[in-house]
Design a protein around this ligand. Sequence first.
Ligand code: A2P
Length: 266
Amino acid sequence: AGARPLQFPIPANVYAETVVSVKHYTDRLFSFRITRPQSLRFRSGEFVMIGLPNAEKPVFRAYSIASPAWDDELEFFSIKVPDGPLTSQLQKIEIGDTVIMRQKSTGTLVVDALTPAKRLFMISTGTGIAPFASLLRDPDTYEKFEQVVLTHTCRDNAELTYGQELVAELENDPLIGELTGGRVTLYNSTTRESSERMGRITALIGSGKFYADLGIDKLDPETDRIMICGSMHMLRDVKELAESLGFEEGSLHHPASFVVERAFVG
Ligand code: A2P
């Protein structure tokens, strides 16, 4: 595929990187990988601001990096919003195109914001799975936690594919396959299309079906840590649930038992 010419010069102080692959999952979701700037350092789970060089003042949006900190490419998982200022254009990128990126990464979904524990629960909806795709491929996650449970709830089955492929590939990964063996559990549900398991994660945990399905003990701040990523409403409800179970929100300055971050929405 030929690179399309840039319409505008690259702004100062941003990285300009090349698209190396694009994968469309549904008419609402796609993932892509770009080259990684040599000087970029980030913690697995963090986000960066990305944009396209298609205007004098390009639109930047927060994107969680879905690849781990050791990877020599950067992966992102994105929604497509038909009239979204960035995603309406971003969804059209092809191999060889340029994506621009601000130079600083940040974010709260990092293992250092949690105190050590036995089990780590990653609760996600939609594109909120992206930071967990990074953390699940980082050896540090397995150094700190014995068991990892990833929940991913989407509207329909096709939207679950990205996470299912991610977890299936973990076992075959030459770098971390040995670490992850038998320690990662994927828990899927859909809310708008029938599937093997239906319902919002808040309802599934609330009713106890979540624990029964997995055959595990209830969430307990003594043994467990929780990371949450999804839409604003989802964050509010899952955070409320976590707090009702005695979990306390942490940060890098004050590590505790759960952390929260809003997924990119448009
Ligand atoms: P629902 O279909 O009942 O709205 P979206 O793609 O709109 O971000 O939604 C992703 C998933 O998150 C959907 O399955 C959606 O369920 C679910 N969801 C939306 N709001 C909440 C919430 N407040 N708590 C838990 N899950 C939610």
